[in-house]
Design a protein around this ligand. Structure first.
Ligand code: 5GP
Ligand code: MN
Length: 355
């Protein structure tokens, strides 16, 4: 963890202590890691008096993550889609902006402009490939790590306030960090490192209730989620000769099953359980775009595929992006053909490179 050194930790502590107004920003469509790391940092900074801290989101987090934010007042959690002017002002008027779980400003969607225009000092804490370090005064970027929540945990451990003693973390911060790591690793199924288990061990010992977290995350869904999963795997899953499994969820299907944000979390991983599948892609039709999730097995790069063909990126084996209409496809009915053509091109080129 190259960026976690005493010099950078001192700089971070100084930036926080000198700032009166602090904005915490994470990526659009916030997931467990985005919310977990943001909420944890909010409570950590709350340990020190004299700061106004606000979490600024592009859009609301899914209901199943609501427990993380239960005790954060609405005035400290500003969502652009609900209060755009307030969200932009919070970013522009702050002295310090701390960005968590994303690598480039445009991942915050409508907050991008405010971030670019803000004169505040900016700090990055992220675990994605290709971070835009030039946009930040201070960057903590580590890709060999489970999650932004884990990275933040190791940073906080180094601070004078926590001093390598996880019991010094506010309980809600500890719970949020454990939650973010748990969702980004798919409950310890991928991207886990020795450091991940050390973190989990220390947080458990400090009193974090993992059973409660698991219950909140995985046992509170509506019936519709399992119904749509059944439909997807039985009727919508296609597997190409290249070993690409893909599913297209169009608006009609999403509406029919009343699919809410977060309901399909994790589904894209499932086709990887099939021996011959090398890569799994899930498409969801959104208001003005098609959202893309990609997962791959070792030896196949979801990140490269997302960058070349899907206007996105992420991690080596878990990435995402979008298809723009009409630039990439003229409508959702063309999505299947686009995936088949582009992934075939990807695997043909990849084999060409290897030979
Ligand atoms: P998911 O499929 O769960 O939405 O995203 C998988 C991973 O790829 C996450 O770490 C997410 O942050 C990243 N990701 C998703 N969409 C994009 C995108 O459009 N651009 C980049 N750079 N990363 C993305
Ligand atoms: Mn993450």
């Amino acid at each position: 963890m190259h960026d976690i050194n005493s010099d950078n930790i001192s700089r971070l502590e100084k930036l926080i202590s000198q700032a009166r107004r602090i904005a915490i920003v994470t990526h659009m469509k916030p997931d467990g890691d985005a919310m977990g790391s943001s909420v944890a940092l909010y409570h950590f900074i709350g340990m020190c008096a004299g700061h106004s801290v606000k979490i600024v989101l592009n859009d609301r987090y899914p209901d199943y993550l609501g427990f993380l934010a239960e005790d954060i007042p609405a005035s400290d959690m500003i969502i652009w889609q609900e209060r755009p002017a307030e969200a932009e002002t919070a970013i522009k008027d702050s002295d310090l902006v701390i960005c968590l779980d994303f690598n480039v400003f445009h991942r915050t969607d409508k907050l991008e402009q405010a971030l670019t225009e803000s004169k505040a000092d900016k700090v990055l804490i992220d675990h994605h490939l290709n971070p835009d370090r030039a946009s930040f005064e201070l960057s903590f970027s580590e890709t060999d790590i489970s999650s932004a929540s884990e990275l933040l945990y190791h940073i906080l451990m180094e601070t004078g306030k926590i001093a390598h003693d996880a019991t010094m973390l506010p309980h809600r911060a500890a719970t949020a960090l454990m939650t973010g790591m748990t969702t980004d690793t798919n409950n310890f199924a991928n991207s886990t490192y020795p450091s991940t288990f050390r973190m989990a061990s220390a947080l458990l010992a400090s009193g974090v209730d993992r059973d409660e977290i698991l219950s909140r995350l995985y046992n509170q869904y509506g019936e519709n989620r399992l119904r749509v999963l059944g439909h997807m795997m039985k009727d919508l899953l296609t597997i190409t000769e290249d070993g690409v499994a893909y599913i297209v969820l169009d608006k009609a299907t999403l509406e029919h099953y009343n699919v809410q944000e977060g309901d399909t979390e994790g589904f894209v991983n499932m086709p990887l359980s099939i021996a011959e599948v090398r890569m799994s892609i899930m498409l969801k039709e959104d208001k003005d775009r098609v959202r893309v999730s990609i997962r791959s097995k070792k030896g196949t790069s979801a990140n490269t595929c997302a960058r070349i063909y899907f206007n996105g990126g992420g991690h080596e084996n878990a990435a995402g992006g979008r298809l723009n209409i009409p630039e990439d496809i003229s409508g959702i009915s063309e999505a299947a053909g686009y995936i088949e053509e582009k992934t075939h091109e990807y695997f043909t080129k990849e084999n060409g490179n290897k030979n």
